[in-house]
Design a binder for this molecule. Structure first.
Ligand code: 13P
Length: 234
């Protein structure tokens, strides 16, 4: 399994350091074989001393080594900490911050060329889900425009927008059906994200074609995230 924590705009440099230390001890003691990814805010990025099962990544970055892009970070800032993992296309960047598919694809190309592990997010809004599964698949596939889905270091996270931060998880049947259809095109590992928590993570891990989870809210508490890593261990 792949268990990923997206801090979004939560945690400070200090609390992230404490979080990583706790998570590292837990994963080391557990002897977990699963892959654990953590995406802290940019201000908390660092060279953490971690078990090789855990990687830290960035939630976003500009497709440039450096330059005049106020408020953004680029490759140079990421490489300072020898990080090589990035989240691209998160729905909050697309829908709240207005990132277009063309911009998302540009980031993808840039960080792919640098060999990054890319967790690439797709997911439909509520009105598309209401139109039925065909529209859902069409919408999700449109979010693959300009994306090389055969890239070897790709993980795709299916996160329906209506299930993010709402407490509303897609039903297991909806997740199974959607991941099954996505899998016909995408050979990369598929994650599910959207109101995943300790109480529902086990059944989500068991869904066919689900190779892990991308967790927001429930990952912000380190004990809760550790529990999800523990549940993944078979
Ligand atoms: P929640 O787990 O808070 O619904 O967020 C999911 C998410 O957006 C992870 O990237």
């Amino acid at each position: 399994m792949i268990i990923a924590a997206n801090f979004k705009t939560n945690h400070t440099r200090k609390s992230t350091k404490e979080y990583m230390a706790k998570l590292n001890s837990f994963v080391t003691e557990l002897k977990s074989d699963d892959t654990v990814l953590v995406f802290p805010p940019s201000t908390a990025l660092d060279s953490f001393d971690l078990n090789d099962k855990i990687s830290v990544g960035v939630q976003n970055a500009y497709p440039s080594v450096n330059g005049s892009f106020t408020g953004e970070i680029g490759l140079e800032q990421i490489e300072e900490f020898t990080l090589k993992t990035i989240l691209i296309g998160h729905s909050e960047r697309r829908h709240v911050l207005g990132e277009s598919q063309a911009e998302v694809a540009k980031k993808y190309e840039f960080y792919k060329a640098k060999g990054f592990l890319i967790v690439y997010c797709i997911g439909e809004p509520k009105e598309v889900r209401e139109q039925g599964v065909e529209s859902v698949i069409e919408y999700n596939f449109s979010q693959l425009d300009g994306i090389d889905i055969n890239y070897e270091n790709l993980i795709v996270a299916y996160e329906p927008v209506w299930a993010i931060g709402t407490g509303l998880t897609a039903s297991n049947e909806q997740i199974e059906e959607t991941l099954g259809l996505l899998k016909q095109k995408i050979k990369a590992p598929l994650l599910y994200g959207g109101s995943v928590k300790v109480a529902n993570v086990k059944e989500i891990y068991e869904i066919p074609n689900c190779e892990g989870v991308l967790v927001g809210t429930a990952s912000w508490d380190v004990d809760s995230f550790c529990k999800m890593v523990e549940i993944a261990k078979v």
